[in-house]
Write a protein that binds this ligand. Structure first.
Ligand SMILES: [Zn+2]
Length: 261
C-alpha cells in the first residue's frame, strides 16, 4: 500500500510532466462503480485550467494552482498516477480517471482495486483540515512527535500509522522504523521514554527520506533493512535472529524476534 514515499514519487511525476499545460478534458475511465470520483460538474471545473504546482501531505497528492481548483488523490492499496502521451503510449490499464492536457499529454489515475479516490477540491489546506489528518511525517517537529506518540495509550505501531496523529506512515514503514529502533511493534507508546521518542522521530524521517531518495525503488534500499527480508522465518540481517509476524491493532506487524524488545 502506498505510503508517504510512494505518494511523493507519484507527486514528482506530475510535477515533472503535467504542469503548465491547459486541461482540455477530465473524464472518468472504465468500470468506475464503487470508486470515489468527481461528478461531471466537479470534473468540468478543471477544464480550461492549468496545474501550476503540486503538494503532498502524508499519503495525499495534490495538483492545482493558486486560485484552484485542485485534484486531491489518495492512492488506496494499488493506485498510481501515470503521465503518458496519447498516440505514443498506451493508456495504462485500470484507468479510473483521465485528464487530457493540450497536445498529447494525459494523466491517468490507475486504481485496480478501487480503494483509492480522486476529488476536485478548492485548496489542499481546506481538504487536509476537512479530512482531519495530522501533520505530515516529514514536517512534524521533534517536540510535537514526542507529545503525540508519547501521549498515546495503545501500541506504538498503531500510533505511528494513525493518520490523524501523523500523516504518511503506514504498515510497511512503521515496521521498518521499529525494526531500526529495536522496539517491538506492540510495545505501549506511553511507556517509551522521551529519549527513545526523540530518537524515533529522527529514524522515522531518515527512513522515509531514504526511500524517497530512491523514488520508492525498494531494490535500491540497504540489504540490512527489514523490507528486503520481510517474510516469516527469514534471517534478520541485523542480528541473525528470525523474522516473525504478529497482529497489532488489526494489522500485520513484521519484526525480528531477537533484537526488537
Ligand atoms: Zn534482528
Amino acid at each position: 500500500m502506498p505510503e508517504l514515499p510512494e505518494a511523493e514519487a507519484n507527486r514528482r511525476r506530475i510535477e515533472d510532466q503535467c504542469l503548465n499545460r491547459t486541461i482540455e478534458e477530465a473524464v472518468p475511465g472504465d468500470n468506475v462503480t464503487y470508486i470515489d470520483l468527481p461528478g461531471d460538474n466537479e470534473a468540468k471545473r478543471l477544464v480550461g485550467r492549468r496545474f501550476t504546482e503540486t503538494h503532498r501531505h502524508g499519503k495525499l497528492i495534490f495538483a492545482g494552482s493558486k486560485t484552484g481548483p485542485w485534484i486531491c488523490v489518495h492512492l488506496g492499496m494499488t493506485g498510481s498516477l501515470i503521465p503518458f502521451d496519447e498516440g505514443e503510449d498506451e493508456q495504462p490499464g485500470a484507468t479510473k480517471f483521465l485528464i487530457r492536457f493540450e497536445g498529447s499529454r494525459a494523466l491517468a489515475f490507475r486504481c485496480p482495486r478501487k480503494l483509492g479516490w480522486l476529488r476536485v477540491v478548492d485548496s489542499p489546506e481546506e481538504e487536509i483540515e476537512r479530512i482531519g489528518f495530522g501533520p505530515d511525517a516529514m514536517a512534524i517537529s521533534r517536540d510535537d512527535f514526542v507529545e503525540v506518540i508519547g501521549g498515546t495509550n495503545g501500541a506504538v505501531k498503531s500510533a505511528l500509522i494513525e493518520q490523524k496523529k501523523i500523516a504518511g506512515v503506514g504498515n510497511l514503514w512503521s515496521d521498518e522504523i521499529l525494526f531500526a529502533m529495536g522496539i517491538m511493534p506492540g510495545r505501549k507508546a506511553s511507556e517509551l521514554d522521551e529519549k527513545t521518542l526523540r530518537k524515533m522521530h529522527g529514524v522515522m524521517q531518515d527512513t522515509l527520506a531514504a526511500v524517497m531518495d530512491t523514488n520508492a525503488d525498494y531494490s535500491q534500499l540497504p540489504d540490512s533493512w527489514l523490507i528486503s527480508h520481510r517474510k516469516v522465518g527469514a534471517e534478520c540481517r541485523k542480528c541473525g535472529g528470525t523474522i516473525a509476524k504478529k497482529t497489532v491493532g488489526g494489522r500485520s506487524a513484521y519484526h525480528c524476534d531477537s533484537h526488537q524488545s
